[in-house]
Design a protein around this ligand. Structure first.
Ligand SMILES: [Zn+2]
Length: 260
């Protein structure tokens, strides 16, 4: 079966999709295609999409509220984002709702078992447990990967929060504190975002074939990091994968993967 991977770009140019494509081509003999942002690819549906996206917003951090009509201002905001006039920062979306919406947008004939749809977004996504928690990746069909999630979901070093708390009453801007912790967490427009993104793409691909989410090994790119420092370590250390996942990935690449 010939596997096709579709990589959909985020709303703004936060990562280098061509570099990610090259990385994947070194690992797999798959067809890999780069596509535009999934939401802005059909301008004739802006009205519909704006309303549907506004419906995906998290209304209450503690519970899911489904039965509501989005506000006029929220729909207008989504229209501005869809047409590139606004950025998406500051809004939290239900990751599963967003994933379900994307399934509606992908043409039915492309929702084939040998196709993988990996959708990047600048939108911050969350899933509900005891309350909503920000996520980097939603595994499923499609795989949704949030660039903002890489920055906002894993916690920064504890010392950073302590320093921020101590200095805030004196009006010292957060940027000054960020400088002191440079390298220990990923920030907006960070040059490491593309490198980090590769690991989450691999999580999506491995999940597609194995239905196993994440790895327990902190050195493996499939590790589900809750701290920025752990994420940076997992995504930039060598070797890339634990022994077990290295073998699984080789089997996937050579068409020999038949379960564990
Ligand atoms: Zn692993």
């Amino acid at each position: 079966m010939n596997t096709h991977i579709y990589l959909y770009g985020p709303e703004s140019e936060t990562i280098d999709l061509r570099e990610i494509r090259e990385y994947l081509l070194e690992k797999f003999p798959f067809q890999i295609k780069i596509r535009d942002n999934i939401f802005s690819s059909s301008p004739e549906h802006t009205e519909f999409l704006a309303k549907e996206l506004a419906k995906c917003r998290v209304r209450d951090i503690c519970k899911k509220i489904s039965d509501f009509e989005p506000l006029y201002g929220e729909i207008e905001f989504e229209k501005r984002v869809l047409t590139g006039k606004s950025r998406v920062l500051g809004v939290l979306y239900d990751g599963l709702d967003l994933s379900a919406l994307i399934r509606k947008i992908i043409p039915t004939e492309e929702l084939h078992v040998s196709n993988l749809h990996l959708v990047f977004t600048d939108r911050l996504i969350a899933t509900l447990q005891d309350r909503y928690h920000a996520r980097i990746v939603i595994l499923g069909i499609p795989v949704v990967i949030s660039i903002t999630g890489m920055i906002e979901a894993p916690a920064k070093p504890k010392e950073y929060y302590i320093a921020k708390q101590k200095l805030a009453p004196f009006g010292i801007p957060p940027e000054t504190i960020k400088d002191q912790f440079k390298g220990r967490f990923i920030d907006y427009e960070d040059e490491r975002l593309t490198e980090i993104a590769k690991g989450y793409v691999m999580q999506g691909i491995v999940y597609h074939f194995t239905h196993e989410a994440f790895c327990e090994n902190k050195d493996c790119r499939l590790y589900n990091a809750h701290w920025q420092e752990d994420m940076i370590h997992a995504q930039t250390s060598d070797p890339e994968f634990c022994e077990r996942h290295k073998k699984i990935i080789e089997k996937i690449a050579t068409g020999r993967y038949e379960g564990n």
